[in-house]
Design a protein around this ligand. Structure first.
Ligand SMILES: O=C1CCCN[C@@H]1CCCn1cnc2cc(F)c(F)cc2c1=O
Ligand SMILES: [Mg+2]
Length: 485
């Protein structure tokens, strides 16, 4: 039948696979870890892209496109950048039946592709800042269990790569981009995120520091990195000799950033808002915000009902809403209700014989199933009101649920109890890497170890003498810990 055979709170993993397929976002592919992204998913990607692209253009960041293929020499240029990642790199070794004598890597990220040309293009301070972004796919041949949108061997992202004369400019842009990522999550996807700094152990090894927006999946009790904005310092400038002559004629290395968000955002959206009837889409990213369903009755005037549906579609689309009617005569109204609920369409409008008589429509909200009869005359204003309310309600519900998963702890025992309760744990930490490694070792298990998610910029009060939950040493900062994706 149409319904899901898995409940979200019973077996989340199965529920997720079913929802992304039944919601017509994903089609499975015959190569493991690869998925077909169908229009219902790509329309969400495009909405985010439209917002983000417009915002970075305001920042004078330009789009470019570098090749998919990386020559082996440059890929290995930076040891600690690549060492841990080597097993994930996919290689082209043949063309047709001919072996390539030099194997070519497929980009897993584009630092090593782009920076030799940054070195060539950046000569003097007038060449700075150089601020480029590309919208592309990347390939990482990961082996941990693949999950649509969340962990796939190929995914879509944007990667920004910027170079500045000063660290001050770089530091400023890192946070400007991070704020855009927060807006994508909290103003479009309606998912609460925490802005913070990654620990030395969790940061991008090739960089100076990493900031991120961290989301949380209550059902699995796992944190998930939503997007990341790194300051690379001068590490890559040194490696790729990206220098410029400053105003005084002195040779200086540039300060760089790199930042990305990916189609993983869509997976987080499904996991956070989805329910046992399927997807639940925030109106701002829904390619269909309102679906109009005719409810013909045996002896009623079916044509009149269809006409009322068409009129409703015209009125709402003229008002700027993304609206569709489902006139298919081979499906019942009931079937259509389930189908569009599965796809997460925010509002459903039902028009039957009595609605005609009363010149009203029945509007049903996807997020809370509330049913309201609205006079046709007030249609547009009510639909706008309800869509705005759905958008905000989704955030409020997700935030309340996420906040209920946060536990503040002071001791190891409290930490372990919270971890076993699938919480996102805020703990005072001495900020020592050895201690972080020790926590990982002590929490190892088939569920995966606990790790730091981020140290929130918004630091609670840390009273003098507060001790680290894990080492007992003087705590330096509050840090979020948890299991993660
Ligand atoms: O996270 C970002 C933002 C956008 C540009 N890149 C940075 C760092 C990416 C970190 N990273 C992440 N994954 C990788 C996988 C690989 F196979 C590999 F060769 C390299 C990497 C790798 O450098
Ligand atoms: Mg990885």
């Amino acid at each position: 039948g149409l319904g899901l055979s898995n409940k979200k709170d019973d077996n989340f993993g199965e529920w997720y696979y079913e929802v992304v397929v039944n919601g017509e976002m994903i089609e499975y592919y015959d190569i493991s870890g690869c998925y077909i992204l169908r229009p219902w998913a790509i329309s969400i990607w495009e909405t985010m892209q439209t917002f983000f692209d417009a915002e970075i253009k305001k920042m004078k960041i330009k789009n470019c496109y570098f090749p998919l293929f990386v020559s082996p020499g440059v890929l290995q240029r930076e040891k600690d950048h690549i060492e841990g990642f080597a097993p994930e790199v996919a290689w082209v070794t043949k063309s047709g039946s001919t072996d390539l004598d030099v194997h070519i890597a497929i980009r897993p990220t584009s630092e090593t592709v782009m920076y030799p040309y940054y070195s060539k293009w950046i000569r003097g301070h007038r060449d700075l800042p150089l601020k480029l972004n590309q919208w592309c796919n990347v390939v990482r041949w990961e082996f941990s269990h693949p999950t649509p949108f969340i962990r796939s061997r190929e995914f879509l992202w944007q990667e920004g790569h910027t170079a500045f004369a000063t660290k001050v400019e770089a530091d400023e842009e890192v946070l400007e981009i991070l704020e855009l990522y927060r807006r994508i999550y909290e103003e479009y996807l309606e998912i609460p995120v925490i802005k913070g700094k990654k620990s030395e152990l969790e940061k991008f090894a090739g960089g100076l520091y990493t900031t991120s927006v961290e989301a949380f999946i209550p059902n699995t009790g796992r944190g998930i990195q939503g997007a990341t904005s790194h300051c690379l310092g001068q590490n890559f400038a040194k490696m790729f000799e990206i220098n410029f002559e400053n105003e005084k004629g002195e040779k200086q290395m540039v300060w760089q950033n790199s930042w990305a968000y990916s189609t993983r955002t869509i997976g987080v959206l499904v996991m956070v808002h989805g329910d046992d009837n399927g997807l639940v889409l925030p109106p701002k990213v829904a390619s269909v915000q309102v679906v109009v369903i005719p409810v013909p009755y045996k002896d009623a005037d079916t044509q009149a009902i269809f006409d009322a549906c068409s009129e409703t579609v015209n009125t709402l689309s003229k008002a700027g809403f993304r609206v569709e009617a489902d006139f298919r005569d081979n499906y019942s109204p009931g079937w259509k209700y389930s189908h569009w609920e599965m796809k997460g369409v925010p509002l459903r409008i039902e028009i039957g014989p009595k609605d005609l008589v009363n010149s009203q429509v029945r509007i049903v909200r996807r997020d809370n199933s509330a049913k309201t009869d609205i006079p046709m005359a007030k249609l547009t204003e009510k639909v706008k009101e309800m869509l705005d309310d759905v958008q905000q309600s989704l955030f409020d519900a997700a935030k309340q649920k996420r906040d209920a998963c946060i536990k503040v702890v002071k001791t190891w025992d409290e930490f372990m109890e919270a971890l076993n309760q699938k919480k996102m744990i805020l703990a005072p930490w001495c900020d020592e890497e050895e201690v972080e490694k020790d926590v990982k070792a002590r929490t190892k298990g088939e569920m995966g170890a606990a790790k730091t998610l981020c140290s929130p910029f918004d630091q609670p009060e840390l009273p003098e003498g507060t001790l680290c939950f894990a080492s007992g040493k003087p705590a330096k900062k509050w840090t979020y810990w948890g299991r993660s994706y």
